[in-house]
Design a protein. Structure first.
Lengths: 356, 165
């Protein structure tokens, strides 16, 4: 009990302190230093340095993650120990999590902690989608840092605090389309003195079972009745995988990203079973009725044109809105002519002789 | 404004749309006269097909066929008082082919229209959210500025024993 009260006090205290810092940052952000062109180049260079530091620097500390939904907020504290090249040990508290959450996330290509992870393509995804500019200087947990603003069409999509000394990302804010803070990740304590190889590891995260399909087969999948748009709003389709056994049916796994957040979209043929929507909130998103569980991450389920979609994203709900808003291509549009005629003849036959 | 029903008209008329799609279709029909017309036409076609009588040749057709001479009239014969120019077998054959072709084309067109994939049967699906969370967390997509904890949170409770040293 005392432990819970202690953690609550820590969360409230840090939230108040960060609120004050955010206010000062918001004011200071109106007067970025340097010219616009210089700003952008320097911001890109700083982000490159930071992306590299996230791969090659070991650290330990505590992070606070928060997600603001439509009605409430979720906050968790994460004790983290990261050894470059090996992986990250994490223990999560709060957010209604009661069990022992000590977990090991192995460093893999693509993950921020992996030594050979970041590719030029991944970095370009961010800078292609957004404009990045230098914001004001600030400090996070007493460490001098520089704010990089990520924006699109003059609306700030995110702010990133980069540690001046180590280049590590100390704080990250993501905003929704209305400009409201939707996601935040911030160190409330950090030690960058370097960590040794971790010998005793907690349980690892499960390995995925999907097999790679690749973007090259997108047209073939489309012809087979799957919906694989190359873009979902500003998010770009970056990978396609398949799961052969998900309750007896095949599932397509599409991964989208804008370089800032990512979204997995799982597609199954059929209609959404009402039983599977327990625990989800039913609401209308554009033209569609969807079933949402907002948080870290956010889940959205809906059905359209004979396909059931399940989107999972670390971004705000609006990240999914563009995928929901588009109408999937009707699989009938791609039926070969004579197959469609045969289907129609069968239907006409059924009308003429209902017992057939 | 919702999208037009398109190929789903036939499935709607046959009551084959699932609940959600039927709800959307009904909502759309309440505001789209074009789709209401399409549904009415489809219902009309279905009714006509269902009420077609058995294929019995009419008496007129049998009578006309009986009057067809076995051999063509020789050239130069005087024409009878109510004579109509006889049609050559080639012309009759052409007309027959054209008629059958037209009917077939119309039938194929009708079959194409009602043969959209809206008729496909849809089985109920329960997305395995836990398995999807694992796949989401395990995505090997380079994301330079995300928090690794965001990969762990979805899969707490679905972990396996550590395999590392």
């Amino acid at each position: 009990m005392n432990h819970r009260i202690g953690m609550l006090l820590v969360v409230v205290g840090v939230t108040v302190a960060l609120g004050l810092t955010s206010s000062s940052t918001a004011v200071a952000a109106r007067t970025p230093f340097g010219g616009a062109g210089d700003d952008e180049h320097r911001a890109v260079d700083l982000l490159r340095r930071s992306a590299s530091a996230m791969r090659t620097t070991s650290y330990s500390g505590t992070r606070m993650l928060s997600a603001w939904g439509r009605d409430d907020a979720t906050t968790v504290l994460v004790d983290v120990e990261h050894v470059a090249g090996q992986g990250t040990r994490m223990s999560i508290r709060g957010g209604g999590i009661a069990e022992d959450t000590a977990t090991f996330l192995a460093g893999r290509p693509g993950r921020p902690g992996h030594a050979s992870g970041l590719t030029l393509e991944a970095f370009d995804l961010l800078t292609d989608t957004y404009a990045v500019t230098l914001g004001p200087r600030d400090s996070v947990v007493g460490r001098p840092s520089t704010v990089v603003e990520v924006s699109r069409a003059d609306a700030v999509a995110a702010r990133l605090w980069i540690d001046d000394r180590s280049g590590l990302l100390l704080r990250r804010e993501v905003f929704d389309r209305s400009g409201q803070l939707a996601r935040e990740s911030v160190f409330i304590d950090i030690d960058v003195t370097g960590s040794e190889f971790m010998a005793h590891l907690p349980p690892a995260t499960p390995e995925p079972a999907a097999r790679g399909v690749g973007l090259a087969d997108r047209q073939g999948l489309r012809a087979a009745g799957w919906d694989c748009p190359p873009q979902a709003g500003i998010m770009r389709l970056v990978d396609i995988e398949a799961l052969d056994d998900t309750g007896g049916s095949e599932t397509l796994h599409l991964t989208y990203s804008d370089g800032l957040t990512r979204m997995s979209v799982f597609e199954q043929r059929g209609s959404l079973d009402a039983e599977s929507m327990r625990g989800f909130e039913r609401l209308r998103l554009g033209r569609q009725v969807v079933h949402v569980r907002d948080g870290l991450p956010t889940y959205v389920m809906w059905e359209d044109a004979g396909l059931v979609f399940t989107a999972v994203t670390d971004g705000p709900l609006h990240s999914v809105a563009d995928m929901v808003a588009r109408r999937p291509q009707d699989p009938g549009d791609d039926l070969p002519f004579w197959e469609r005629v045969a289907s129609g003849l069968a239907r006409l036959g059924g009308w003429a002789s209902p017992l057939l | 404004m919702n999208h037009h029903l398109g190929d789903q008209v036939a499935a709607f008329v046959d009551g084959e749309l699932d609940f959600a799609r039927r709800e959307r279709a009904l909502a759309h029909l309440s505001e789209c006269a074009g789709c209401r017309d399409a549904v009415e036409q489809q219902r009309s076609v279905k009714t006509r097909v269902q009420t077609l009588p058995g294929a019995e040749p009419s008496a007129d057709l049998i009578s006309a066929l009986n009057r067809v001479p076995a051999d063509p009239q020789p050239c130069g014969d005087p024409a009878p008082a109510h004579w109509h120019p006889p049609e050559s077998p080639a012309r009759r054959g052409g007309l027959l082919v054209a008629g059958v072709g037209s009917i077939a084309a119309g039938f194929i067109g009708m079959a194409y229209v009602v043969g959209g994939a809206g008729a496909a049967e849809e089985t109920p699906v329960s997305p395995p959210v836990g398995q999807f969370s694992v796949e989401y967390a395990g995505t090997d997509q380079p994301m330079p500025f995300t928090d690794p904890a965001l990969d762990v949170l979805p899969v707490i409770g679905t972990r396996t024993p550590a395999g590392g040293p």
